[in-house]
Design a protein around this ligand. Sequence first.
Ligand code: AHG
Ligand code: MN
Ligand code: MN
Length: 337
Amino acid sequence: MPAPQPSPAAVSIEPIVTLQSHILQQQAVSPEATGTLSWILSALSISTKVIAAKVRGARLQDVLGTAGTDNVQGENQQKLDVIANEVLLRVLGGRDGVAIVASEENEEPVILRDDPAAERRYCVLFDPLDGSSNLDVCGGVGTIFSILRHDRRARDAQASLLQPGARQVAAGYVLYGSSTVFVLTVGRGVDMFVLDPAAGAFMLVERGLRTPTTCRSYSVNEGNRRTFPEGYQRYLDWAQEQGYSSRYVGSMVADVHRILLKGGVFMYPPTRKAPQGKLRLMYEANPMAMLIEQAGGKAIAAPGRRILEIQPGDIHERTPVVLGSAGEVDQVAAHLG
Ligand code: AHG
Ligand code: MN
Ligand code: MN
């Protein structure tokens, strides 16, 4: 009788994971998941691929410069701000799970579906193109998004949207830099994907990103220094005495991305021109705060005041922002004290 053949040993293969398959895997391990959030995340993936193509073609097509209009903040809209906003509205508008969208570029939230009997739906808030003044000089720009559960009992769209950032079910950004990077959290750590232009898909490059606890680097617009509250000025004196580096792009997505990977602290303090700070709570500060906290960092508006705990009063309200490595945020807070 011939000896039994040993069964072949299992081969371990490093899998290629796309954003799409990652989202489906996450859905499979969440017993309460219905697939609705997955559809919304996939809409964000498609929209940002379209926006990435527009940004990449900016020197070749007529998409640079100003659109000749102002947004709700009275800021001049770049053509690409308007294009990116439209892409997101149109793609998200086609997803049944989206009840309301709110954008930096639209004064009022857009109600897409208000059937009170409908199944679980979501609100999506976004800054379609962050750092857009960097476009004309080929600088890094991005899209920031925040996803909240739609409150069907709320009396109107505003009331459903005005939830503290701690209630976000997902948040992320896409950086259109030297590569296109999609950074996502659904409240179980932070994962990073890079767009493979040949495959047309975002590929997982890092799971469970952690921001370093310390890094001697700060990121702030020092041109405004004389109008910062004194505590920030004391912090900057201290950091410079300690030999800290300064890194500031002027595009929140690019600055925060560097801090997520390398550590340091990003700040947008109150200034004379912007007494509440410049950055918008609901679609800039909250999603970045969730990502940074999920990566082990801290995000505060003032000492002892977590950004994610702020109860918003208006969808376009602004907040001071200090976020990044836990140890570095603590240093700023100690000087603000
Ligand atoms: P947006 O282009 O969406 O209006 O955002 C610009 C923001 C943010 O990206 C950046 O951190 C900040 O403005 C830079 O402001 P300053 O030029 O005042 O430093
Ligand atoms: Mn912005
Ligand atoms: Mn913007």
